[in-house]
Unconditional design. Sequence first.
Length: 160
Amino acid sequence: MKPRRLSLEAQIRRMRAKWPEFRPGVIGSTSISWMGPLRGFQMDYTVLVRWSVGQTPKAIVVSPQLRPRVGTAFIDIPHLILDVENPEDSPLCLFDPEAGEWNDTLSVADTILPWASEWLHNYELWHLDGVWRGPNAPGPISIGDALRLRKECLHGEKTD
């Protein structure tokens, strides 16, 4: 028996049961957002989650805003889906959609928020020593890494 897609109402009920501190925001006939607290190792964050039926969820750190390590740029933050126009609004890269790691049969409350919490732990550790300890999708872990690899391939030179 094939798992059934979770309805908007089922997602709302599950979120309310598992993460009551996450308050629903804009609710349309097929979409919703939630905002609430998540804790990293040492810091508390406010996270916004947006989800629409038939779409993949997006998690964005609202406060404190994400920041690059000293001497780097937003493109160097690992596992971030970079919003070039508004880097502070960039969603976290929590799963590989092409690998089917998230679909409409899964609960946002059971997947996206635990994954975002894990991402925040890895982000804080990355700030300490520059090493991303989280799981990696295939390929470079940041846009900056991808651009450096491309330059190396095109010009045959190693960049740091």
